[in-house]
Design a protein around this ligand. Structure first.
Ligand SMILES: *[C@@H]1O[C@H](CO)[C@@H](O)[C@H](O)[C@H]1NC(C)=O
Ligand SMILES: *[C@@H]1O[C@H](CO)[C@@H](O)[C@H](O)[C@H]1NC(C)=O
Ligand SMILES: *[C@@H]1O[C@H](CO)[C@@H](O)[C@H](O)[C@H]1NC(C)=O
Ligand SMILES: *[C@@H]1O[C@H](CO)[C@@H](O)[C@H](O)[C@H]1NC(C)=O
Ligand SMILES: *[C@@H]1O[C@H](CO)[C@@H](O)[C@H](O)[C@H]1NC(C)=O
Ligand SMILES: *[C@@H]1O[C@H](CO)[C@@H](O)[C@H](O)[C@H]1NC(C)=O
Ligand SMILES: *[C@@H]1O[C@H](CO)[C@@H](O)[C@H](O)[C@H]1NC(C)=O
Ligand SMILES: *[C@@H]1O[C@H](CO)[C@@H](O)[C@H](O)[C@H]1NC(C)=O
Ligand SMILES: *[C@@H]1O[C@H](CO)[C@@H](O)[C@H](O)[C@H]1NC(C)=O
Ligand SMILES: *[C@@H]1O[C@H](CO)[C@@H](O)[C@H](O)[C@H]1NC(C)=O
Length: 791
């Protein structure tokens, strides 16, 4: 892993001038005041200095830096107030009589404080290792800068579950940036891009199993340290030696502004810093570097750069993170109006419409043309299986070109332009000259309209009557599958919302559209005018890190028959999820109306099966829904079904649930498999059972439970619904007429008899008492699709 890169360092770390003519101390005691102008603290060996650094016009930050300057600039290792510089007028750091260290601006505003107090005498000292320590006379540490790192870890400084490294904003702005290093709840060190719009983990490679990435989640001590000799060791088994391993050079581990984690060592000979370790030799694999529809190219000579894909142009000339927009008219109405161009060795990550194994190039093309939102597809050779698989994409993001990546991506373009663009054979280098483009944009700017327009697609809502959900992680068993399939679903970005934002979007949570065991759902309109369903979770996990970890599992699930999650909010006590809004509400709402004809019902049965099959088999982790019912199947504007409310149990605080609502978490009466009642092991077959009941309801127009307000329909218990259907079918061998008898009279003769028979067959198999007699959801999909092929 320790690959050395000839990277031009000067642009990668921040260096700042400091005021001249200063007084230097080694120790501060109670009553001392450091002003921005003149006083410095030095470590005994003189290597480190603390004081105020100029970080901009009239702005200063209280910092620690290496005393020795490089070309007149200082290398900062820590800052007290990186996000809130002081203006230098009557500002200063004082060690109060109470033992508190206080940074004030304009004489009164408290900008930063150590929150310490002590009645005995205390002293502030900068140690030889760069640690600024506030200690009592008997040597007790009240506060130390090593516990609150910014973007730098020094040798000997412990990195723990409590600490987090955050990159700087840009090479000229030291405030908190978009990249973070942290121990996740799985006890593994991760790097994450946390941009204004999208959050994604990029190290270790998210499609890799933790073990395959050379890490372990078994040691929960969450501790890591770089020692004096350049050896780094972490409790997740990550370890490395810097290339200049040995006692001697000064070193620092920095999360640089470009999202790379590097060790820099000071070269004594010429007094400059050089990279002696970097987390990944492919800087383009860091997420979020180039925006949508662009692509990252790295070459060791020229460095890293972003380019637009052919046919697209840059949105904001100053900032690549806005990405590129089409330079053509998008046409969806006419399939032959679109064509594809091939880009070799290019990979785009995430945002797949689905995963289609063993696809021919032609079938993959027509698949993509079938979806208006399809921007292109990754055509990837699966070494293990020996065939090509197709990954049609709705968003082209996280793209990079690397000789190490064998497979091409095909970009969808108007047929008219394909020939010109394919033949122009540009390496697209004309559009951009700069190398490392700093990402420097205000937090609150909302862009990426392309992304939005895709997300627009369907609006709708549902009663989110949720409750249960068990997630089983059969990690070992699924490892090999994860490696193949993990490619697709990972890292679908979603964003974090503030509570204020959601409150505003939902007009103070005024429009309630659903209510269930896990919380209440409100309709809202986001600031970018997307309509959303906002679910306010009650009794959710309170720790933000754990909440985020669980949410990422849901966020990774990405299938056209699963409801899409756009983001979350974890602020104070509030835990909210933001979903796409489904225009036609739930299947429950539509089932007994006359809006669903036979064709739509069949599509809903098939789509729901696809969504569930994806949950059960195709994901990195095996997710059981446990509450499949018409209320949780939502319909978009085309009456395409999307399964809602999967993955929630992990978000709910188990201890709270165990006590008060345990009986409720097992699904909904009327759809519950017998395993729940008889206390048998719960497997994916519980969802198959519920699915079978739902389909029988759709066919017969009879309800399996009495919980509904509408009295028009006949209400039966699930077992009796199944028995009734079976009884009516077995009466004679002449199935056709019998089939007609059980079918909802409102469907009348207006259905396809053969398909109906298959559907009844499948539903009855699904609703078998014996779980082993039920098919898997994948088999259900195959049976329903196979029927289509035979026609
Ligand atoms: C030192 O800082 C100045 C201005 O802040 C900058 O122009 C110069 O490139 C810096 N030198 C190095 C080696 O970073
Ligand atoms: C410091 O002394 C005050 C008054 O004597 C006392 O109230 C306070 O608890 C003491 N604080 C500590 C931390 O010992
Ligand atoms: C966990 O990691 C720490 C730090 O690397 C190590 O000291 C400890 O022995 C490890 N514990 C186990 C059970 O492996
Ligand atoms: C400093 O010296 C090292 C080799 O000792 C060399 O690789 C590096 O380019 C030099 N840096 C500068 C700025 O001269
Ligand atoms: C695509 O073709 C149309 C019609 O020939 C032309 O007007 C347009 O400029 C082309 N776009 C690009 C990006 O080449
Ligand atoms: C679809 O596009 C093709 C090629 O551009 C054109 O020949 C055909 O007439 C179009 N069909 C329709 C229905 O517009
Ligand atoms: C892939 O599809 C081809 C043609 O449909 C088929 O012959 C082949 O057996 C399939 N391969 C696998 C591994 O399923
Ligand atoms: C640094 O970036 C932050 C966040 O965008 C911004 O508020 C601040 O003004 C910037 N500081 C300077 C000196 O540009
Ligand atoms: C929202 O509700 C809070 C408390 O219920 C109230 O104080 C506030 O005025 C409301 N805001 C709006 C815009 O209705
Ligand atoms: C779960 O809820 C209990 C009691 O409501 C609370 O004490 C506990 O801290 C909560 N746990 C988490 C992880 O939020």
């Amino acid at each position: 892993m320790a690959v050395l890169l000839p990277i031009l360092l000067s642009s990668l770390f921040l260096s700042m001038p400091i005021p001249s003519s200063s007084t230097t101390y080694t120790t501060l005691t109670k009553g001392s005041l450091l002003s921005t102008q003149d006083v410095l603290i030095s470590s005994p060996d003189g290597i480190f200095t603390a004081g105020f650094l100029i970080v901009g016009e009239n702005s200063y930050c209280f910092s620690i830096w290496f005393t020795e300057a490089q070309d007149g600039n200082y290398t900062v290792v820590w800052m007290a107030n990186r996000n809130q510089p002081v203006n230098g007028k009557h500002s200063g750091l004082s060690l109060q009589d109470s033992g508190n260290l206080l940074l004030t601006d304009a004489g009164q505003f408290s900008v930063w404080t150590s929150n310490t107090n002590s009645n005995s005498s205390v002293q502030l000292k900068l140690q030889d290792n760069g640690n600024l320590v506030l200690s009592t006379s008997d040597g007790e540490f009240l506060w130390q800068s090593f516990e609150f790192p910014t973007n730098t870890l020094l040798p000997g400084q412990l990195f723990t579950s409590e600490t987090i490294l955050v990159s700087s904003r840009s090479t000229t702005n030291y405030s908190s940036g978009f990249y973070k290093l942290y121990f996740d709840s799985d006890s593994v060190l991760h790097l994450r891009y946390e941009g204004p719009e999208i959050t994604t983990v990029y190290w270790p490679d998210p499609w890799l199993n933790i073990w395959d990435a050379g890490r372990s989640s078994f040691n929960g001590s969450k501790i890591a340290v770089l020692d004096e000799s350049g050896y780094f060791q972490s409790s997740d088994l990550l370890q490395f030696y810097t290339s200049d391993h040995g006692i001697g050079p000064l070193r620092r581990l920095v999360l640089d502004v470009d999202g790379s984690l590097r060790v820099h060592s000071l070269d004594k000979a010429n007094g400059s810093w050089r990279v002696t370790w970097v987390h990944n030799s492919e800087p383009c694999k860091i997420h979020g570097i180039c925006g949508t529809n662009s692509l990252c190219i790295y070459d060791p000579e020229a460095g890293r750069k972003c380019i637009c894909i052919p046919g697209y142009r840059m949105i904001n000339q100053m900032d690549w993170s806005y990405g590129c927009e089409p330079d053509f008219q998008v046409s969806c109405t006419n399939e032959s109006a679109s064509g594809f161009i091939q880009l070799l060795h290019v990979e785009y990550y995430g945002y797949d419409i689905g995963y289609f194994p063993n696809s021919s190039l032609e079938s993959c093309k027509s698949l993509c043309l079938n979806y208006c939102e399809c921007k292109g597809f990754q055509y990837k050779f699966d070494l293990t299986m020996g065939y090509y698989s197709c990954f049609p994409k709705t968003i082209l993001f996280n793209g990079y070109r690397s000789q190490n990546f064998e497979d091409p991506i095909y970009i969808r373009l108007p047929a008219l332009n394909v020939t010109t663009l394919q033949n122009s054979d540009q390496d697209f280098s004309l559009q951009c000259k700069d190398q490392v483009t700093p990402i420097d944009r205000p937090y609150n700017k909302i862009k990426q309209d392309r992304v939005k327009s895709y997300l627009w697609c369907t609006l709708g809502v549902g009663a989110f009557e949720i409750i249960c959900l068990l997630t089983y992680l059969f990690k070992t068993q699924w490892r090999s599958i994860a490696r193949i399939q993990g490619y697709l679903q990972v890292a679908t970005g979603f964003r974090k919302f503030t509570y204020a934002e959601l409150k505003k979007a939902s007009r103070n949570f005024s429009k309630e559209i659903g209510r269930g065991g896990s919380g209440v759902v409100y309709k809202g309109v986001l600031s970018d005018s997307r309509v959303a369903a906002i679910k306010y979770l009650k009794e959710a996990i309170q720790g933000e890190a754990e909440f985020l970890a669980e949410i990422r599992t849901i966020g990774r699930l990405n299938h056209m028959n699963l409801i899409e999650i756009w983001g979350y909010c974890a602020e104070g006590k509030h835990r909210l999820l933001v979903y796409e809004y489904m225009e036609h509400g739930s299947l429950a709402k539509n089932l007994y109306s006359d809006k669903l004809d036979w064709k739509k019902k069949y599509e809903i049965a098939l789509g729901t099966a696809k969504g569930l099959a994806y949950l059960h088999e195709e994901c990195l982790e095996w997710v059981l829904h446990c509450d499949v019912k018409p209320q949780n199947i939502l319909l978009n504007s085309d009456y395409q079904p999307k399964v809602a409310d999967f993955g929630l149990s992990k978000l709910l605080n188990r201890s709270a649930i165990d006590n008060s609502m345990f009986s409720k978490i097992r699904g909904t009466r009327g759809y519950m498999a017998p395993e729940w009642v008889f206390n048998l092991p719960i497997t994916s077959k519980v969802d198959v059972y519920s699915y079978g009941i739902v389909v029988l309801e759709m066919i017969t127009g009879r309800r399996s439970t009495g919980n509904h307000a509408n009295d028009e329909s006949i209400v039966v218990e699930p077992r009796r619904l199944v028995t009734w259907v079976k009884g009516n079918i077995k009466v004679t061998d002449e199935r056709a007429s019998q089939t007609k008898d059980i079918v909802d009279p409102t469907i009348k003769g207006d259905f396809d008899m053969r398909r109906m028979e298959i559907l009844i067959d499948v539903a009855l198999k699904c609703a078998e008492e014996d779980k082993d007699a039920r098919p898997t959801m994948r088999q259900v999909v195959d049976m329903l699709l196979h029927q289509d092929c035979n026609e």
